[in-house]
Design a protein. Structure first.
Length: 287
């Protein structure tokens, strides 16, 4: 390569690094071209030898060294991708990357709506769910102590009525009605005294906390929309476990829906908020 072909910046007296430079590869003898900035990097990596792209990659592979962390098991070797094992080959082409993306999209579409058990098998799915549950338990969960990320509106209110946290207009309406009638109540939320174990849909052991306890009548109360009570399998499992739990302790379990209470209107909710009787949580506020 002749340096006379380079264009020099008159102000800095340095060659422009974005210009194309033609040269002959010292390994394969082919005519090649590269930007000056890329060619300078190759010269540093190949001991000032002018090499084309393929020869430069092959030279890099033969000199590649690393410190192994220890003997690799057969299972780990099987997981190594074909591209990494084929060290003498150039990197994955653009066409291969696009094909991988198409395969991934096709897999996602073919497994859409399937459970982890259907995708991975019962054993792997159970291990994965248990691992996720341990990682996100208690204060390790970024949502711990916050209201759920539902769209804020007046139907799904979240906030505090005095010291008690409510997570829906149903719960708030029930508490306001109890106060108006002079009925004593206490919140069961996260109170180990009212922790009810039950078996989930996949056979896993879970805990359920009802909404309220009425000490005068000995009633454990859950406030839910009637549609959930009639159609949700999770609510049905919780109800069955709660009934058995209450019978053992001489209590009564009761599910309260909108048919049993008068839900607060938007105007009534605004009046309570204006009079500082309730505090409304927005999405990013802590309970």
């Amino acid at each position: 390569m002749s340096t006379s072909t380079l264009v020099i910046n008159p102000k800095t007296n340095v060659a422009y690094t974005n210009q194309q430079v033609a040269f002959t590869c010292e390994t394969c003898g082919k005519e090649a071209a590269a930007r000056l900035r890329d060619l300078n990097k190759r010269l540093l990596a190949t001991e000032n030898r002018y090499l084309c792209g393929e020869c430069s990659w092959a030279d890099h592979i033969t000199k590649r060294t690393w410190t192994p962390r220890g003997p690799m098991s057969e299972e780990q070797k099987a997981k190594i991708s074909t591209t990494k094992r084929m060290r003498g080959q150039p990197p994955m082409s653009k066409a291969a990357r696009e094909q991988n993306a198409r395969n991934l999209r096709a897999y996602n579409l073919s497994t859409k709506g399937q459970t982890l058990e259907a995708r991975l098998g019962v054993e792997v799915a159970t291990r994965l769910r248990r691992s996720r549950s341990e990682r996100m338990r208690g204060e390790r969960n970024p949502q711990f102590g916050r209201p759920s990320h539902t769209k804020f509106n007046r139907r799904y209110l979240q906030g505090k009525f005095g010291p008690i946290v409510f997570r829906s207009n149903f719960e708030l309406s029930f508490m306001v009605q109890c106060v108006a009638k002079g009925i004593l109540f206490e919140s069961c939320d996260q109170n180990v005294k009212y922790k009810i174990p039950y078996t989930g849909e996949r056979g896993e052991l879970r805990n359920y906390f009802p909404d309220f306890f009425l000490p005068e009548s000995g009633e454990v109360v859950e406030v839910k929309p009637i549609w959930w009570v009639r159609n949700s399998p999770v609510v049905r499992l919780k109800t069955e476990a709660a009934i058995a739990w209450c019978v053992e302790r001489g209590l009564t379990y009761k599910v309260v829906t909108e048919e049993d209470i008068n839900l607060l209107t938007k105007e009534q909710q605004l009046d309570l908020e204006a009079s500082n009787q309730i505090t409304i949580f927005r999405r990013t506020e802590f309970c």
